[in-house]
Design a protein. Structure first.
Length: 204
């Protein structure tokens, strides 16, 4: 059980923060940045839930995602092996990734086929989901960097974030009337030089 009775402790005033098992890292450490980006993703998913208040199906999916993102943050905040530890760390599992894939397939089945990339626009819910998607991508990139620095880190958080960004993309199209109201990218539409305006010649 987590108990948070005191909001400020002053222990982080020196620019460090404590990981789950007590070790301290600088707040710009890549591990801290990674789970910080996950926290930011969660906040934007929460903002998308506000926009999804009238869509119970999407809201229910996002509610579970928010809880799983807390699991993921705890995973990243607990480096090292679980051997010789009194309690195992909370880790992202393959089952959580499988659930994301199931939801992607379920929602994607009803979408209009894509003929171009979509712009992150349309309904307010669509736009909010695209913001959450791009932040999830940044969190994924931070996990890639973390794995390069600390290769003993579990790769499953990175995989989860990859699938999550895919799910958020699919849900953004659901929010645009199952893709019928998507705003498509028109490559090079504004790169052509405008035609010169015709001028009338005065009679001499």
């Amino acid at each position: 059980m987590v108990k948070l009775n005191k909001i400020y402790t002053r222990t982080g005033d020196n620019g460090t923060t404590a990981l789950v098992r007590g070790a301290r890292r600088h707040k710009d450490d890549i591990r801290v940045c990674a789970y910080g980006s996950v926290d930011e993703t969660n906040a934007f998913v929460g903002a998308a839930r506000v926009a999804a208040s009238t869509d119970k199906n999407i809201d229910a999916v996002l509610a579970r995602v928010q809880n799983d993102l807390f699991d993921l943050g705890s995973d990243l905040a607990t480096p090292g092996s679980d051997e010789d530890q009194p309690y195992p760390a909370l880790r992202i599992t393959q089952a959580q990734i499988d659930w994301l894939e199931q939801k992607i397939d379920l929602f994607n089945d009803n979408l209009q086929p894509l003929t171009s990339f979509v712009l992150p626009a349309g309904s307010p819910l669509c736009a909010a989901l695209h913001v959450a998607r791009t932040v999830a991508r940044r969190a994924e990139r931070d996990c890639v960097t973390l794995l390069g620095v600390e290769p003993e880190t579990s790769p499953l958080p990175q995989v989860y974030l990859n699938r999550l960004s895919d799910l958020l993309f699919v849900l953004s199209r659901v929010a645009n009337n199952n893709g019928r109201d998507d705003i498509l990218w028109a490559p090079g539409e504004h790169t052509k030089s405008p035609k010169p305006a015709k001028t009338k010649r005065s009679k001499s």
